[in-house]
Design a protein around this ligand. Structure first.
Ligand code: ADP
Ligand code: RBF
Ligand code: MG
Length: 154
């Protein structure tokens, strides 16, 4: 049913501005070009987990990605947003994000309150962390993530 894994790369752009940071969960957004042209047609909206890299460099980073219309906010545009499971001191807008989505967690949902949305996302993060440490750890070596040959970039 889900055509996994699927892979995407693109520049990190500004999102809706209301901001995952407001929720305490920043998300690096892919551009409309990537959303409209690079997502395999068979991929349904929902929450996926997998591995990411920035600028083709190590280390591989655990991530969780939301694909869809964010029903809680009633967005009219589909978005693809990746939360990396680690703290960054600085923003990385403009950098190249690559992701390999290896597992599907759930469909996007609507919620009664922002607290419930945050709770659901925190649960997704814990499910992802565990799955990536256990059954899906080998995908962190996926060739798509790294420019190994180009030593000037490592
Ligand atoms: P926007 O609406 O512009 O996407 P967000 O509030 O979602 O704003 O913040 C996203 C930005 O925060 C990312 O583009 C990135 O530069 C930065 N950021 C910092 N830490 C993380 C993280 N752990 N995961 C994803 N993005 C992060
Ligand atoms: N938005 C929704 O409207 N419904 C969801 O079920 C939902 N789940 C998410 C799960 C994860 C792991 C992440 C990172 C985001 C999710 N979002 C969801 C998107 C969230 O509303 C969005 O990141 C913020 O609005 C900032 O753009
Ligand atoms: Mg965002």
């Amino acid at each position: 049913m889900h055509d996994l894994p699927f892979r995407l790369k693109g520049e990190v752009v500004k999102g809706f501005g209301r901001g995952g940071k407001e929720l305490g969960i920043p998300t690096a957004n892919f551009s409309d070009y990537v959303v409209d042209n690079c997502l395999p047609k068979s991929i349904q909206q929902g929450i996926y987990f997998g591995w990411a890299s920035l600028n083709g460099k190590r280390p591989p980073l655990k991530m969780v990605t939301s694909v869809g219309w964010n029903p809680f906010y009633q967005n009219t545009k589909r978005s693809i947003e990746t939360h990396i499971l680690q703290h960054f001191e600085e923003d990385f807008y403009g950098e190249e994000l690559r992701i390999v989505c290896v597992g599907y967690i759930r469909d996007e949902a609507d919620f009664e309150s922002v607290e419930e949305l945050i709770g659901a996302i925190q649960k997704d993060i814990e499910v992802s962390r565990k799955a990536l440490e256990e059954n899906f750890s080998h995908f962190k070596e996926d060739n798509f993530l790294f420019d190994e040959g180009d030593t000037s970039r490592n």
